[in-house]
Design a protein. Structure first.
Length: 217
């Protein structure tokens, strides 16, 4: 297990390595595998890039994002302009079905509502909001429509976990209640944790995932 100092140094190095991030604006602390990021960034895209960078670092068991987005003057936009850009981004994204996702903007914060068929459509709707100029944050309230029986969902998730990492799959329990999947057990790293959550969320019929996975220290 890495010491707190080693983990902090690795996180700082990863942030500095990623060209999409301004590491000078980010404070880093590490304690028992939990990494906390603090500071102020110019765009939501930078904030998301920083979170992804931390989650790539071996030894990270959890991430606390205490970063906020403070737009520089040239990035500020009115809510009407942001809403217009958000609607256009959804319309031009071939992964998001037409007229299934609605947009509300309040002081630069985008809220998405609606219903789609698949998890990748839900994720794609949120992803195309992050790079938009003037967006300070995104709340994704889009829901998923369940398609298949719980037994089928559990089997497909187990099969997917086995394909991706057979050793990890043996330590993960899958429970299904309607479209809600609960994953429990222990994985070796945050990357393995994210892969398991992604495998569950990417399965047909899954509308939500309850995360009870522990990351080994």
């Amino acid at each position: 297990m890495k010491t707190d100092a080693q983990l902090k140094a690795d996180v700082l190095a990863e942030l500095a390595w990623d060209p999409a991030i301004n590491p000078a604006a980010i404070g880093v602390s590490a304690r028992n595998g939990l990494v906390t990021l603090t500071g102020h960034l110019d765009t939501l895209a930078q904030k998301h890039a920083a979170e992804r960078a931390v989650r790539r670092v071996a030894g990270v068991r959890g991430v606390a994002m205490e970063l906020d987005v403070r737009l520089v003057p040239e990035h500020r936009r009115g809510d009407t302009d942001i809403a217009r850009a958000a609607v256009a981004a959804l319309r031009w994204n071939s992964l998001v079905p037409d007229d299934r996702v609605q947009v509300e903007v309040d002081d630069g914060w985008v809220t998405l509502t609606g219903e789609v068929d698949w998890p990748y459509q839900l994720a794609s709707a949120e992803q195309c909001m992050r790079p938009l100029t003037g967006v300070r944050g995104v709340t994704n309230l889009v829901t998923l429509k369940p398609h298949v029986r719980g037994l089928d969902i559990a089997r497909e998730i187990t099969d997917a976990l086995t394909r991706h990492a057979e050793r990890e799959a043996r330590h993960i329990d899958v429970e299904v209640d309607g479209g809600t999947v609960t994953l429990s057990g222990t994985v070796d790293s945050l990357a393995d944790h994210d892969a398991a959550i992604g495998a569950a969320f990417g399965t047909r019929g899954v509308t939500s995932v309850v995360d009870r996975l522990d990351v080994a220290g």
